[in-house]
Design a protein around this ligand. Structure first.
Ligand SMILES: [Zn+2]
Length: 1008
C-alpha cells in the first residue's frame, strides 16, 4: 500500500500541449549578442566589442535598456568588507589574497548605436552604471522601444583580468571568463529587473541569448567556450582565431590555456558529445567526469527532454568552490581533479548535480537572485534521484583501498545534511525563496535552498506520483525552453496540470522555513490469538518479545513541529528493519478511516496524535513514520519505533570519527577504539593535553558529542582517565553546554604531576567557524572549573610566594578570531579576555580574582613589495594577573606564550609577554601530495621569532625581563584536497643570556 495522489487521466490529457519534444525551439525574440574578443594572455587584458539587439516582448514601451554587468562588481574597499569576503572564501579553503582583487576589471570604453544607414558612422550614446546598483548599466536610447520593436546597440570595453581565482581572471596559466560580459537584464510589463552581484553565489537573472562569438588568442592557447568551435586557425603573427558556431545560451563563457588537453567521450550520448578539457596530469578525473556526465545526461534526457546542442563540456579552472554551471559548459575546480582517486563517489555526486543545471539554469532560466530554489533545489533533487537509481540510497563517497576500509567514510545523505541540521539548530534556517543577501552567507543558503528545497521538490513528486511528476517536468521543459520560470509560474503550471490549488503548499513549504517533526509515540503489539508465544530463535527475537504468528499492532504517531504534512507509516519485517514493505497513509486531522487489506483503522485522537490499529501477518521488526524521509523533518531520529544506533569499532579513533560528515544524520553512532587526541586551541579554563589511549564515544549530529577515555597524557607524563561531553543548543539556539573531567591514575616519570581537573561551560556562539577543528569565530561563555596540581613544581620561588595546590574558578570569557584564513592567516586579529573568581572551596584557602587578556594580529606585506608580499608579520601581546599578589597562579612559559621557558620557570601572580614573528615561505604553492592526494604540503615557512616577557610575585620580578629568540618551521597542509587545511608547527626557542635549556614546541596551527 503506497499513498499517492491519483491524478485524473483527463487532467493529464488536457495539459499535454500539441508540440512534441522535437519541436523545442527557443523563442524568436531572444536578445542577439555578437562578441568579438582579443585576448592578450600575457598582458592580462581582453579587448571586447559587443553588439546587442534587444526586442521588447513586454506590453509597455522601454525608454532605456538596462544590462547586468556582474564583473563590474566593486571590489571590497574597506577592511570590514574584505574580511567578510575573505571569511567566505575560508569556507572554500581559499586564502583571501588568492580570490579578492582591488581594482574593477570592467572598463567601459564607449556605447554606440549604428547610424541610420549601414554605411553611416556609429553614433555614441550615453551609458552609465547605476549608483545604487553598480553592476546595472543603463544605456540611454534616443527613442522609446515599443512593444514588439527592437533596438541594436554596441558596447566597447576592456577587461582587465584579475590575477586571482574566481569567475573571471587568470590563475596558473588559465584564462577564465564566465558570467562576465554584459547581458540585458530581465524585462517585463513592470520594467527592468537587474540583479545585484552577490560574490558567494549565482545571482543571475536574464533571458537567454543567441550568441555569435569570435575570439583571437595567442596561438599556443587551447580555447573552450559555450558553443561548438567552427573554426580554429593560426592566422599568423602568433595569433589564433577561433570562431564559434551560433548558439543559444544563458551566458557565453570562454576559457583558454596552454595547459589544456581534451578528453572526449568514446561515443555520443543522446546525440551529445561530452568533453572534459583539463590538464594532462588530471587524466584520471577528466575521464571519470566524462563517464559520470554521460550517465547523468542520458537519464536527464529521458526525464526532461533533449539537451539543446550537440556538445557539452567540462573545463578545469581555479575558482575555489567545486563546480560551477555555465551554459553548455561546467567549470570544475582544479582541486576536484586533485582529489584522491578513491573519492570518485563524491565527484559523481558533484558532476551529476552540475550536469542537471543544463536543464535548470541554462535552458530553463531562473531568477537566481530571488529564487535560486528554481534551479538549485531541482538540480539537487534530481541528482540525488539519479544516484538513488544508479547507486542505491546513501551510497558511500569514498572507496578506500583494501586495508583502509575502516577509515570513516562519507555517505551521500549524511553529506547532504551535514550542514542543514546545524543551520536549523542555530535557528538560522531561512525560507526557501527570498533575496540572496537575506541568507547572510552561503551556508544558510545551502541549507534553505539545496537541502530543504530539494526535499520540497520531493514532496511535489510524492504528492503527484513519480510518473505524473516526470510527465509534468517534461511539460515544464517544453514550455520554458530558453525562457525564464518564476516560482509563481511553477505554481500556476502545477495547478493547471493537477487541476487543484497549490496555494497552501507554496505558502507553507516554499515561501516559509517551516519544518515537520513526525515521531513514533508508542507501539503495542499483541498476538491475535490472544496467547503470547515466543518465536523460535531468530534474529528477531533476540530480545525475546516478538510473538509468533499474526499480531495486532497499535501505533501512535504525532507531528509536533509547525507544519503538518500527510505521510505514511511503514512496517518492516526483515532482520535489520531497513526495508518497509507495508505502508499505511496517515493524514493529520482526518476523521476515522477503515482499512480492509490488511484490516485496521486510523483515528485522530483528541490530543492530535494519530492512532493506527492494524492486523499484521507477523510481528514487525521496525515501524517508522515517513520511512523514506520524504518530508523535511526537524528530527528524523525519532521517526522510528526502535531507536537505531550505529556501532563502529575502529583501529584509529580521531576527531574525524565524531563529525556530521562521517556519521549518520538520523541516529546515534557509538564509536570505540584506540584513540589519539590533540587540542587545537586552549580554552579559557585550561589547555587539554595530548592523549594517546582508548576511547568509547557517542555522537549524534547537532545533539551530543562525548565519551570516556583513558590514555597517556604526553604533557604530564602520566596515565589518566577522563570523560567529555558537548551538548548542542541545549537551552537555546546558538549555544553549547560542555563538560570535561580527568584524573591522573598513574605517574610515569619523576616530573609527572597529579593533575586532576573538571570543568563545565556554557557557550553562546555569535559566529560559527568554517573549520573542523577551530573554536567558533566569535563566542562568549561562562565556566566553572576545578584543577588540582595545575602547574608543575616551580624551579625557583620568590620568598613569600604561595603555591596553590588546587584552584576552583567561576569565570567568563570572550573570544573573537578575525585572523584569515584561519589555517595560515594573512590578515586580521584575534582577541581574548577572561575574568575568573577563585573560590575558597575544595582545599583553596582564599578568594582570588584573575584577569587575562590576549591580542594578536597578522599582516601580509603589500603586493608592491615583490616577493616579500608572500611573507607575513605577526605580533602577540598578552598578560595575566590576580589580586592575590603572592599567589603563583600563572606561568610565563608555554607553547603560545614565552617559548624560551617551559612551565616550571617563572611562575607568578602577574605575567606578561609579547612576541613578534616573520613568516617567510621557503616553499610556496606546492602540490606535494602523499597517499593518493589524501594529504599534501602547500607552503612551508621558516619563521624567525622573538619573545619577551616576565613574571612577578608580590610585585617583585624574578630577574631581568626575559628575552628569547627562536625559529619555527610551519607546514601549511591540506587534508583531502579541499576538505580541511591546517598548519603543523615546530618551534625552537632559546632564552638569551640564561642557562634555560632549548625548548621545542609542536602544535597544530600558528601559536597566535
Ligand atoms: Zn548547483
Amino acid at each position: 500500500m503506497r499513498y499517492t495522489t491519483i491524478i485524473p487521466v483527463l487532467v493529464i490529457l488536457a495539459s499535454i500541449t500539441p508540440t512534441s519534444a522535437a519541436d523545442n525551439v527557443p523563442p524568436a525574440t531572444l536578445p542577439r549578442y555578437g562578441l568579438d574578443l582579443k585576448v592578450d594572455v600575457d598582458g592580462h587584458r581582453v579587448a571586447v566589442s559587443q553588439t546587442i539587439r534587444w526586442t521588447n516582448t513586454s506590453r509597455v514601451a522601454a525608454t532605456k535598456v538596462v544590462l547586468n554587468v556582474h564583473s563590474h562588481f566593486p571590489p571590497p574597499n574597506n577592511f570590514v568588507d574584505y574580511l567578510f569576503l575573505a571569511k567566505m572564501l575560508e569556507i572554500l579553503r581559499v586564502p583571501g589574497s588568492q580570490g579578492l582583487y582591488q581594482h574593477n576589471p570592467f572598463v567601459l570604453k564607449r556605447a554606440w548605436m549604428p547610424g541610420a544607414r549601414e554605411t553611416d558612422e556609429r553614433v555614441a550614446v550615453a551609458a552609465r552604471f547605476d549608483d545604487a546598483m553598480p553592476t546595472a548599466l543603463e544605456v540611454v536610447i534616443p527613442r522609446p522601444v515599443g512593444p514588439g520593436e527592437s533596438i541594436s546597440f554596441g558596447l566597447d570595453f576592456e577587461f582587465d583580468l584579475p590575477q586571482k581565482q574566481g569567475r573571471w581572471g587568470q590563475w596558473k596559466g588559465v584564462t577564465f571568463l564566465s558570467n562576465w560580459h554584459p547581458v540585458v537584464a530581465f524585462h517585463d510589463d513592470t520594467g527592468w529587473h537587474p540583479t545585484p552581484f552577490v560574490a558567494w553565489h549565482q545571482p543571475f537573472f536574464n533571458e537567454a541569448g543567441e550568441y555569435e562569438v569570435r575570439v583571437r588568442i595567442p596561438s599556443d592557447q587551447v580555447p573552450v567556450g559555450s558553443a561548438v568551435i567552427a573554426r580554429n586557425a593560426d592566422i599568423g603573427g602568433g595569433v589564433r582565431e577561433v570562431v564559434f558556431e551560433p548558439t543559444t545560451a544563458r551566458d557565453f563563457s570562454f576559457f583558454c590555456s596552454n595547459r589544456f588537453r581534451e578528453f572526449v567521450a568514446e561515443k555520443p550520448v543522446a546525440g551529445v558529445t561530452i568533453k572534459c578539457i583539463a590538464f594532462a596530469e588530471h587524466e584520471f578525473y577528466a575521464k571519470a567526469i566524462v563517464g559520470i556526465s554521460s550517465r547523468a545526461l542520458e537519464r536527464y534526457t529521458q526525464w526532461f527532454g533533449r539537451y539543446p546542442t550537440r556538445e557539452f563540456r567540462f573545463v578545469e579552472s581555479y575558482f575555489g568552490w567545486n563546480g560551477n554551471e555555465c551554459s553548455n559548459l561546467v567549470m570544475i575546480d582544479e582541486r576536484v581533479f586533485s582529489m584522491p582517486e578513491y573519492a570518485e563517489g563524491y565527484v559523481e555526486y558533484l558532476v551529476s548535480h552540475e550536469t542537471c543545471h543544463q536543464w535548470f539554469y541554462n535552458v530553463i532560466g531562473t531568477d537566481g537572485y530571488r529564487e535560486t530554489f528554481m534551479d538549485e533545489a531541482f538540480a539537487t533533487f534530481f541528482a540525488h534521484k539519479h544516484l538513488n537509481a544508479l547507486r542505491g540510497q546513501n551510497n558511500k563517497f569514498l572507496d578506500f583501498p583494501k586495508g583502509l576500509r575502516w577509515l570513516p567514510n562519507i555517505e551521500r545523505e549524511n553529506y547532504r545534511y551535514s550542514t542543514f541540521f546545524n543551520t536549523l539548530g542555530r535557528g538560522e534556517l531561512g525560507p526557501t525563496v527570498q533575496e540572496m543577501e537575506k541568507y547572510k552567507h552561503v551556508g544558510n543558503l545551502f541549507s534553505a535552498v539545496y537541502d530543504r528545497g530539494s526535499k520540497i521538490v520531493g514532496l511535489v513528486e510524492d504528492r503527484m506520483g513519480e510518473t505524473a511528476f516526470l510527465d509534468f517536468m517534461r511539460t515544464i521543459y517544453r514550455k520554458y525552453y530558453f525562457r525564464v520560470i518564476r516560482v509563481d509560474d511553477f505554481r500556476r503550471e502545477l495547478e493547471e496540470y493537477t487541476g487543484r490549488s497549490w496555494d497552501d503548499f507554496f505558502k507553507e513549504w516554499i515561501r516559509s522555513n517551516r519544518m515537520a517533526d513526525w515521531s513514533v509515540d508508542g507501539v503495542e503489539i499483541q498476538p491475535l490469538s490472544g496467547k503470547p508465544t515466543l518465536l523460535p530463535a531468530s534474529i528477531r527475537d533476540v530480545f525475546g518479545t516478538a510473538p509468533a504468528g499474526p499480531v495486532r499492532a497499535v501505533v501512535y504517531v504525532k507531528q509536533s513541529a509547525e507544519q503538518n504534512e500527510p505521510t505514511t507509516i511503514g512496517f518492516s519485517f526483515d532482520g535489520d528493519g531497513e526495508k518497509f514493505t507495508l505502508r499505511v497513509p496517515v493524514r493529520p486531522g482526518s476523521s476515522r478511516m477503515r482499512m480492509t487489506d490488511p484490516p485496521g483503522s486510523i483515528d485522530t485522537l483528541p490530543d492530535g496524535r494519530i492512532r493506527v490499529e492494524i492486523e499484521l501477518p507477523q510481528a514487525p521488526t521496525q515501524i517508522a513514520v515517513d520511512p523514506d524521509l520524504v518530508i523535511p523533518d526537524s528530527n528524523p531520529g525519532n521517526n522510528y519505533w526502535k531507536t537505531r544506533v550505529k556501532f563502529r569499532a575502529t583501529p584509529l579513533y580521531t576527531f574525524i570519527d565524531e563529525s556530521a560528515l562521517t556519521t549518520p544524520f538520523d541516529r546515534w553512532t557509538i564509536i570505540a577504539g584506540p584513540w589519539t587526541y590533540g587540542p587545537s586551541y586552549a580554552d579559557a579554563w585550561y589547555l587539554r593535553s595530548n592523549v594517546l589511549g582508548a576511547r568509547i564515544g557517542a555522537f549524534r549530529s547537532e545533539v551530543f558529542t562525548g565519551g570516556f577515555y583513558t590514555g597517556y597524557r604526553s604533557d604530564y607524563r602520566d596515565i589518566a582517565v577522563g570523560f567529555d561531553g558537548l551538548f548542542a543548543n541545549p537551552l537555546m539556539p546558538k549555544t553549547e553546554l560542555g563538560i570535561h573531567g580527568e584524573t591522573s591514575v598513574l605517574k610515569l616519570g619523576n616530573d609527572s604531576t597529579q593533575l586532576d581537573r573538571l570543568t563545565v561551560w556554557h557557550r553562546y556562539i555569535f559566529d560559527e567557524t568554517a573549520s573542523l577543528y577551530n573554536a567558533p569565530i566569535r563566542h562568549a561563555e561562562v565556566f566553572g572549573s576545578y584543577q588540582h596540581d595545575f602547574l608543575p613544581e616551580a624551579r625557583q620561588r620568590i620568598a613569600g610566594s604561595q603555591v596553590f595546590d588546587s584552584l576552583t574558578q567561576v569565570g567568563a570569557h570572550f573570544h573573537a578570531d578575525y585572523l584569515t584564513p584561519y589555517w595560515d592567516p594573512e590578515i586580521g586579529f584575534r582577541y581574548d579576555a577572561t575574568y575568573a573568581a577563585g573560590l575558597p572551596v575544595f582545599g583553596q584557602s582564599q578568594t582570588t580574582h584573575q584577569f587575562y587578556q590576549d591580542i594578536s594580529g597578522v599582516q601580509k606585506l603589500p603586493d608592491s613589495l615583490g616577493w616579500l608580499k608572500y611573507t607575513r608579520v605577526a605580533g602577540h601581546l598578552w598578560g595575566a594577573a590576580t589580586t592575590e599578589r603572592d599567589a603563583m597562579l600563572f606561568t610565563l612559559g608555554g607553547t603560545n606564550r614565552f617559548r624560551g621557558y617551559d612551565l616550571k620557570e617563572r611562575q607568578g601572580s602577574l605575567v606578561w609577554g609579547a612576541s613578534v614573528e616573520w613568516r617567510v615561505p621557503v616553499l610556496r604553492d606546492r602540490q606535494d601530495d602523499i597517499l593518493d592526494h589524501t594529504a599534501g604540503l602547500r607552503n612551508l615557512y621558516l619563521v624567525p621569532f622573538y619573545d619577551i616577557g616576565d613574571a612577578y610575585v608580590s610585585g617583585r620580578s624574578y630577574g631581568p625581563v626575559a628575552h628569547a629568540v627562536g625559529v619555527g618551521l610551519r607546514a601549511d597542509v591540506t587534508v583531502f584536497s579541499f576538505i580541511e587545511r591546517a598548519t603543523l608547527r615546530l618551534d625552537l626557542a632559546k632564552t638569551i643570556g640564561q642557562s634555560a635549556p632549548l625548548q621545542f614546541w609542536f602544535g597544530l596551527s600558528h601559536p597566535f
